[in-house]
Design a protein. Structure first.
Length: 386
């Protein structure tokens, strides 16, 4: 069975969140130190056991790669400050300290995973690990734990630039490159590496014009746009604040107040509105699959409603995504050329019902001139979004 150390490390990582990071990292560090001091083992043996656990956890949860990379960075920075038996040979020409041992283990795991990914069957689990490995490489590179040379080798291999083959990279490889550049592009794109970076983007630009998949073209266009804008940082999503309702009391109605010419509210309807994107200027001649590929390249659409006269050159619609992050990503694509028209992506504005009170029920979206109101009424078929 698993050792006590392995079980405790897994338990700490399972509870790890950005909000609990400092406390749980200190708990992890104490666990490693205790293992060395209370047994006949060395930090070298402990790191050899623990590093693959952190690595596998990062690969299984690509959305939290930044958090696990921060664990690696924090651990790397404090290993040599601990007065403990490292188990390393000072005369070793390559690895002399615990910091170097930890970094070498990380590099070895990332390289082996990348080299073996083409030999693995194409299934959901392996696709997730593949994306997680590339994202972790990018996050480690941002924290100066991954050599730049390895990152360039990865990009060249994914774009089929390391061999003389004329084959175009696969859709999965292009998606992986886009994720890497989205994460680490700002640090990679520097004058000393301009010769390589320009070649990557030259190839990506060609692929954006001729690739058969509209989804892939949008992914590439997003990266090209990020570089043109100087690699802007991602917009952070505000933390949700939950207001507890006292027991044996009905929750208070959600009232609306006017502020700066727009309507605001708090309550159950806010989250749905945050996940919803109001899109105008949709080309009436574009087929539904083209629109779906544009939307689903950013996330999963759970509800949608197309509005407007089909005979008119453009229509508008409301699209609710499964996450706020996906909705924000689509809003960032405002004024993207889709068909013959540029779409305008914005957030719906909460509107006022006749009574001035917004009950927590299913919303009905209504266009209101240049803005959009989310009118909430009694649940019913007339308020559902098909």
């Amino acid at each position: 069975g698993e050792s006590t150390l392995v079980r405790k490390v897994r338990g700490i990582l399972n509870r790890l969140t950005p909000e609990k990071f400092d406390r749980l990292f200190q708990e992890l560090l104490r666990q490693l130190i205790t293992e060395v001091r209370c047994s006949s083992t060395t930090m070298k043996d402990v790191l050899t056991t623990v590093t693959p656990i952190i690595f596998d956890k990062a690969l299984s949860e690509p959305a939290f790669s930044a958090t696990y990379a921060e664990v690696c960075s924090s651990l790397h920075s404090c290993l040599d400050k601990i007065d403990i038996n490292s188990g390393e040979d000072p005369e070793d020409p390559i690895v002399k300290t615990s910091k170097q041992r930890f970094q070498a283990l990380l590099l070895d795991l990332c390289q082996k995973e990348h080299m073996n990914m083409n030999d693995q069957p194409v299934d959901k689990r392996n696709k997730l690990r593949r994306l997680g490995n590339i994202t972790l490489i990018a996050e480690l590179f941002k924290r100066k734990l991954m050599p730049e040379q390895i990152v360039h080798i990865v990009v060249q291999r994914l774009l089929n630039m390391s061999t003389n083959t004329q084959d175009e990279p696969s859709e999965e490889d292009i998606e992986t490159v886009c994720r890497l550049l989205e994460t680490a592009g700002k640090r990679m794109d520097r004058p000393a590496a301009a010769l390589y970076i320009d070649k990557y983007f030259s190839k990506l630009k060609k692929l954006s014009c001729k690739h058969s998949s509209l989804r892939v073209r949008f992914l590439i266009m997003n990266i090209l746009d990020m570089r043109a804008k100087g690699w802007p940082a991602k917009k952070s999503t505000p933390k949700k604040i939950t207001v507890p309702v006292q027991k044996h009391q009905d929750p208070a109605p959600l009232r609306v107040s006017r502020s700066a010419g727009c309507l605001k509210s708090t309550g159950l309807c806010d989250e749905a509105a945050q996940k919803t994107v109001y899109i105008t200027g949709i080309d009436s001649n574009i087929n539904s699959s083209g629109l779906d590929e544009f939307l689903e390249s950013h996330g999963k659409v759970v509800k949608k409603s197309m509005c407007g006269n089909p005979k008119h050159p453009t229509q508008y619609g409301f699209f609710e995504f499964d996450t706020v992050e996906a909705a924000n990503a689509v809003r960032d694509k405002d004024k993207t050329l889709l068909g013959n028209h540029r779409v305008q992506c914005s957030k719906p504005v909460l509107g006022r019902s006749r009574s001035g009170i917004l009950p927590g029920s299913t919303g009905k979206y209504v266009a209101a001139g240049p803005q959009v109101n989310v009118m909430l009424g009694k649940p019913g078929k007339e308020n559902e979004i098909k």
